[in-house]
Ligand binder design. Structure first.
Ligand SMILES: *Cc1c(COP(=O)(O)O)cnc(C)c1O
Length: 463
């Protein structure tokens, strides 16, 4: 749009081919790039900061500058050696699909606004339910992530529990409504608390279910349940990777008339693997589930899934109606999630599943779990204490000297071969590793263990 000249397709084509060139260069160097940027690379970002530009610039140049200054200051999360948070990479087809999706720029509101995208989302939704072994009649809403998926599911839970008391929240609002009983795992993820708070359910209202030393809720001390209760369980503790005992808790909760929601942001993917599936036994009996595409399925950001057994309930909460919104025969996406205008996230989900197949998804899950065990074995040999039973893709490990541990982690981060952070687990400061990327190899684990060994030697020699 430089100098206000009328742009044509030609400008878009030039920008696209420059973007493709830069993206190819970026991805081809990703395994050699530092996993987190150096201070020099971060300082170079300054070059993108100017006073508000008065005149525009050539699109191709905009892309070239972005690549030149911003690409080196990225975290190499698609490279296979980023083990912080729970971060998947982006599978080849999913990454490619996201570029095509950007060119389409569909607004996934109604069939009339995004026919192919919504068609693909519906296929992807059915595939997801099969992969995760969840009830086929469930509603699947494509959200920004599990935070929003937790919120969608808990909004459905809240309204449904009030409906059972003959209270229509959409009409009367929360003010004056009797409180619900909210039972959360003492280890519930922070985003479950955030979702509840946004929904008008405060901290003081929460009844916490005590957990064992792996972060699983204990059956013997599980709080009482009734028909005003919402229970929040989890598949995959963000530190230990462990699962709540669904088989024991869910039938009991449902008999009491409670709604059971499961936060399975990454852990629910264990259900896609015949070898790991046992961890999720009974999870399909719940009422709703939150899970991410962008974590273990390795689709690009952002993508989460709000899955709700009673599709009608979620639709009643999320529906919008206006004369200009002519819905097709099926429930439109706008009635499954909070957003109205929305990126067609299901396209990359379709592409990733089409590319891997159910066998490939199972293999991805199993590979990551195997690498987590390789990490734990290597750390054990280096003298670390492994604080969790490594049942999934997560490892928490510590040494007795807390300041030495912090130094080791800082040195590893600065070296740039791999990246991970620290956490507090069962009262102890620990390093925390999450292996979630399709791109990670056994060699990546070995290189990362070498980096940890070097840092350890450096720290212990200095003592
Ligand atoms: C990551 C995570 C979330 C939040 O998901 P986002 O996709 O980051 O919004 C919720 N619960 C658990 C257990 C997680 O690991």
């Amino acid at each position: 749009m430089g100098n206000n000249k009328v742009t044509s397709n030609l400008e878009s084509l030039k920008a696209l081919s420059e973007a493709a060139r830069c993206a190819e260069e970026y991805i081809s160097g990703i395994r050699e790039q530092r996993v987190s940027p150096s201070s020099l690379e971060l300082a170079e970002l300054e070059r993108l900061n100017s006073s508000l530009p008065n005149k525009g610039q050539d699109a191709q140049q905009v892309i070239a500058d972005l690549h030149h200054y911003a690409s080196p200051a990225t975290v190499a999360s698609t490279g296979g050696r980023f083990f912080g948070l729970v971060v998947g990479g982006s599978t080849p087809a999913a990454m490619g699909a996201s570029i095509l999706n950007a060119a389409w720029d569909q607004v996934a509101v109604l069939e009339s606004s995004a026919p192919s995208a919504i068609y693909l989302e519906r296929i992807a939704a059915q595939w997801l339910l099969q992969l995760l072994a969840l009830p086929e009649e469930s509603s699947v809403g494509f959200t920004t992530g599990s935070s929003m998926a937790n919120m969608v599911c808990l909004a459905a839970a809240r309204n449904r529990q009030y409906e059972r008391m003959d209270i229509d929240l959409a009409r009367t609002g929360l003010a004056g409504a009797p409180p619900l009983r909210i039972v959360v795992s003492a280890e519930s993820h922070v985003t479950v608390h955030k979702a509840l708070s946004i929904l008008g359910i405060g901290k003081d209202q929460l009844v916490k279910a005590p957990c064992d030393n792996q972060g699983r809720v204990r059956v013997d001390t599980f709080p009482e349940l009734d028909e005003t209760t919402i229970v929040c369980l989890q598949a995959g503790n963000v530190n230990s990777g462990h699962f709540d005992p669904f088989k024991e808790i869910i039938p009991m909760a449902r008999t009491a008339g409670a709604w059971v929601h499961v936060d399975g942001a990454f852990g629910l993917w264990a259900a896609a693997s015949p070898k790991q599936r046992h961890l999720t036994a009974g999870v399909a009996l719940a009422d709703s589930w939150a899970v991410d595409g962008h974590k273990w399925l390795n689709t690009p950001y952002d993508c989460g899934l709000a899955i709700c057994r009673e599709a009608q309930t979620v639709h009643r909460v999320m529906t919008t109606q206006a004369p200009y919104l002519q819905a097709g025969v099926q429930v439109p996406p706008k009635d499954m999630v909070p957003e109205f205008s929305r990126r067609a996230r299901g396209v990359e989900v379709w592409a990733a599943i089409q590319e891997m197949g159910s066998e490939g998804v199972a293999a991805l899950v199993e590979r990551c779990c195997g690498f987590a065990r390789q990490f734990a074995d290597g750390l054990d040999k280096l003298g670390f204490e492994i604080l969790n039973e490594v049942v999934l893709n997560q490892v928490v490990a510590s040494i007795n000297d807390e300041s030495a541990l912090q130094q080791i982690v800082r040195i590893v981060q600065e070296e740039g071969v791999c990246w991970f952070g620290t956490t507090v687990w069962q009262g102890r400061v620990a390093l925390r590793l999450s292996v979630s990327s399709w791109a990670t190899s056994a060699e990546d684990i070995a290189l990362s263990l070498d980096s940890i060994r070097r840092a350890m030697e450096q720290v212990l020699e200095a003592k």
